[in-house]
Design a protein around this ligand. Structure first.
Ligand code: MRU
Length: 368
């Protein structure tokens, strides 16, 4: 996707220096565009934990490259041990996005059968690249599959702009390119379909207000940022045609974990008969868990994210406190939307019902 007209992915290997992985540091966005170098697995882990990178797909791609950095920096006399410890270390950085463990496991499996360190490093590099390329391709396909829904709504409205509500950032910043929920929007624009996006600000870290708004601006998509609690009101007044969100983990039975607040949007959509779709690449499916509400681990982050807000003032990025100093705050980062509230899942293989039968029809190789 484009930043000031120049194409970027969110993660790549530095030109002429294969020992350095580069990322866009998302913390100062939209105020500053900063590229960060990662040279060690510890730096990759910190980038995931402290949210220099974030979003399920990009967390997975960064973990893939993190494993590559582990391989090239591992001591020769303790290679396998170092790589195994690095895998554990990476997996523990964030608990909810399933892409993280998926990517680390994919690297461990790929490296397992190589007979020399040199070969393991080559495989780790190829696998990291494969994970990133696949993520970008799958997101593109999600866009091509899902755009039919927007096309249909547009025809129903005789070409008037389709009003899409989205939560958090399920855009290209959350993946390697295109995004999941936004892929449909970008594809719609390419096809000349008029859209307008309601962007939930997404407290406490404001991924909607800071990141989704910035992305949509770069891509020239009409959008309006709204406070988190506005969606229900807009739905009651016919101002939302469809809700499209991303997900950090989706059980193969159709329950969806996504950024905190998603569940409330799904309830409001149900009450107002508005289609509620979730877009995801297959790397986000959890093929073991059956009950998302009971089983998906929900990350609880530091209370500072709730008590303080970040903004731009006098040319500087600043943090200001919103609450009384002594008040306690809790910071649940995700919630689970049960399958009964979801109209459909949009994947790289097509669109399906949010239930076991629908998902396994698209992924028959996962039938047990
Ligand atoms: O905590 P974050 O910013 O990593 O949140 C994850 C997300 O990006 C959202 O939940 C998003 O909607 C899912 S799409 C990858």
């Amino acid at each position: 996707m484009n930043v000031r007209g120049k194409h970027f992915r969110t993660i790549w290997v530095k030109k002429k220096d294969s020992s350095t992985v580069q990322i866009i540091d998302q913390r100062p966005l939209p105020h500053k565009f900063v590229i960060e170098n990662l040279k060690t697995v510890k730096q990759a882990a910190r980038a995931i934990k402290d949210m220099h990178v974030r979003g399920a797909g990009l967390i997975g791609a960064t973990a893939g490259y993190g494993m590559y950095l582990a391989a090239i920096t591992a001591p020769k006399n303790d290679f396998d041990n170092f790589v195994a410890q690095s895998a554990d270390f990476l997996i523990k950085t964030r608990p909810t996005a399933t892409n993280l463990k998926w990517a680390v496991d994919r690297q461990l499996t790929a490296m397992k059968n190589a007979w020399s360190i040199k070969e393991k490093i080559r495989i780790a590099f190829e696998t990291a690249k494969e994970i990133a390329d696949e993520d970008a391709l799958y997101c593109k396909l999600i866009g091509e599959n899902g755009v039919k829904i927007i096309e249909y709504l547009s025809k129903k409205k005789n070409g008037a702009p389709v009003n899409i509500l989205t939560h958090c950032n399920a855009g290209w910043l959350a993946f390697v390119d295109y995004g999941s929920a936004t892929a449909l929007i970008y594809e719609a624009k390419k096809r000349g379909i008029k859209v307008h996006v309601w962007v939930d600000e997404t407290r406490p870290r404001n991924q909607g207000a800071r990141l989704t708004a910035w992305e949509l601006l770069q891509e020239g998509i009409p959008h309006t940022v709204i406070a988190d609690n506005v969606g229900g009101h807009l739905m009651q007044h016919g101002m939302v045609d469809i809700v499209i969100v991303g997900t950090d983990r989706t059980t193969y039975t159709g329950d969806v974990a996504n950024k905190i607040g998603t569940y409330l949007k799904a309830l409001a959509a149900k009450d107002n008969d508005i289609p509620f779709y979730v877009a995801l690449p297959s790397s986000t499916f959890d093929w073991e868990m059956t009950d998302g509400v009971k089983e998906i681990p929900i990350e609880q982050r530091g209370n500072k994210e709730v008590k303080y807000a970040q903004g731009f003032h006098d040319g500087k990025i600043k943090q200001v406190r919103l609450t009384p100093k002594a008040s306690r705050a809790a910071n649940f980062a995700f919630d689970v939307t049960p399958r009964k509230l979801i109209t459909g899942l949009i994947t790289e293989r097509g669109i399906c019902n949010a239930n076991e039968e629908g998902v396994l029809r698209l992924y028959p190789e996962k039938r047990k």
